[in-house]
Design a protein around this ligand. Structure first.
Ligand code: 2HG
Ligand code: ZN
Length: 461
């Protein structure tokens, strides 16, 4: 059966590269979740928009489901292919196509790696400011699919703020040119924004034009030790009020311990329960003096116990490693991931209740908290104890996530801040979106993808 389908695909698009070796099916069929067993039909690696269109048309004709695939660094199962789908990897379409100095835009193929894009922008004396730990392997196409956020959202917003235009091959194989880099365009619905965050359910992004920013001003990086989570938001309010922040992240002793066990370096002698990692503009000596004054103010209030300011590029990366290294350092425990958000103003109340809920619900599991506290986004990772049963662990996590979803609903938050819904958070979508929302989302999906072949089973059934 599979053989005859693949023979038909080969016949329809003879030049299309295909991979079917078991190791490839495994590699391309999963993402960083490592929870679903990969079982794709095959991997298609188109090298042009024409090939993408041809293969989407072929998939329509044969009722074959497609999973668009970027760097597969996703954490919600959005790029998992476990049900005989055809994975469409955009890795061959990975070039930077052009720079427009007047519009200050960079046009790239979807398989371009985020870091390559950032470097290309820097070469032009500008910046692509969306940034996060997976920069070395995630791709722009995947970033668009999840409206990726990251560590500079507090200053620069999410991916959707930087997409000037994109080309999309819809689920029925039509090529749409959306946004067209116009700064002003009041000619009806902005379909580009629908595609951003759609997790590949509306079509395949085959080209993107990115807006670029002025390069960020020189910054200073400070790590603070904080005595309790209750004062985290006070520290944030103080720092935000007095400094121009580029990032404001937090982590706990648990995350730190894992990173230290993986080669990170602790700048403090003691272990503290909470940490803030912040970066702020510090072009002039006066800015640095301001930052010191702010730190002293916080210390006088008992809001910080200790602090260190990076004094070299190397120390800056060492401090960032303490925060960005958590995902990798805990990966071997295949954590159950929560990626939630509330309004920043709702954060103190939510944080207190979430702490109490998780403390009571997971007495036996190690829970690692960290995230982008400056923009209201928390990552709550539940580590699976060594030797424990997969199903039992997931059953318990599902139960607690149900409770967490209820809590988020009460606080007006979201069950997915920046990782997407994918397969992992699909059961909890109704905690963040109304029934009427979901009805409209289904109708939009139907309009873009009448046969339902684009990443079916992700976000909703
Ligand atoms: C981060 O902020 C990423 O480091 C990954 O969004 C979060 O591993 C996670 O849960
Ligand atoms: Zn994050």
């Amino acid at each position: 059966m599979n053989d005859s389908i693949l023979a038909s695909l080969r016949q329809a698009i003879p030049a299309l590269a295909l991979k079917t070796a078991p190791a490839d099916l495994e590699h391309y069929g999963r993402d960083w979740t490592r929870r679903w067993t990969p079982a794709p039909l095959a991997i298609a690696l188109p090298d042009s928009i024409g090939q993408v269109q041809a293969l989407v048309r072929w998939a329509n004709a044969h009722g074959v489901a497609i999973v668009p695939s970027g760097g597969r660094t996703g954490l919600s199962g959005g790029a998992v292919a476990s049900r005989g789908e055809l994975v469409v990897s955009l890795e061959r379409m990975n070039r930077v196509l052009g720079f427009d100095a007047v519009d200050r835009t960079l046009t790239v193929q979807p398989g371009a790696v985020l870091q390559t894009v950032q470097d290309a922008a820097r070469e032009q004396g500008l910046a692509y400011p969306v940034d996060f730990g997976a920069r070395g392997s995630c791709t722009i196409g995947g970033n668009i699919a999840t409206n990726a956020g990251g560590i500079r959202v507090i200053r620069y917003g999410n991916t959707r703020d930087w997409i000037a235009g994109l080309k999309l091959v819809t689920g029925s194989g039509e090529l749409l040119e959306l946004g067209r880099s116009l700064v002003k365009d009041a000619s009806g619905y902005d379909l580009r924004q629908l595609v951003i965050g759609a997790e590949g359910t509306l079509g395949i992004v085959v080209e993107a034009t990115l807006r670029l920013a002025d390069p960020p001003p020189p910054a200073q990086t400070m790590l603070l030790a904080v005595p309790s989570f209750e004062v985290l938001m006070d520290v944030f309010a103080l720092f935000r009020g007095r400094l121009r922040l580029q990032a404001f992240e937090f982590l706990t002793d648990r995350g730190l311990e894992h990173v230290l066990a993986h080669g990170g370096q602790n700048p403090f002698d003691a272990v503290h329960p909470w940490y803030v990692l912040t970066e702020y503009d510090a072009a002039a000596e006066a800015d640095q003096a301001d930052a010191l004054a702010v730190f002293e103010h916080a210390a006088e209030h008992g809001w910080v116990l200790d602090g260190v300011i990076a004094n070299s590029e190397e120390q800056t990366s060492q401090l960032w490693r303490l925060r960005e290294g958590i995902t990798e350092a805990t990966a071997r425990y295949r954590p159950y991931k929560n990626d939630v958000s509330v309004r920043v103003a709702a954060m103190p109340a939510f944080l207190a209740e979430a702490q109490a809920l998780l403390g009571a619900s997971y007495p036996d599991f190690e829970v690692v908290w960290f995230g982008h506290i400056g923009d209201g986004n928390l990552h709550i990772n539940v580590l699976q104890p060594d030797g424990s049963d997969d199903d039992e662990f997931l059953r318990q996590c599902a139960h607690v996530t149900e409770l967490l979803a209820g809590l988020l609903q009460r606080h007006g938050g979201s069950i997915s801040a920046e990782h997407g819904v994918g397969l992992l958070k699909k059961p909890y979508l109704s905690s963040s979106r109304s029934d009427a929302d979901v009805v409209l989302m289904r109708a939009i999906r139907q309009a873009f993808d009448p046969r339902g072949i684009m990443n079916p089973g992700k976000i909703f059934d």
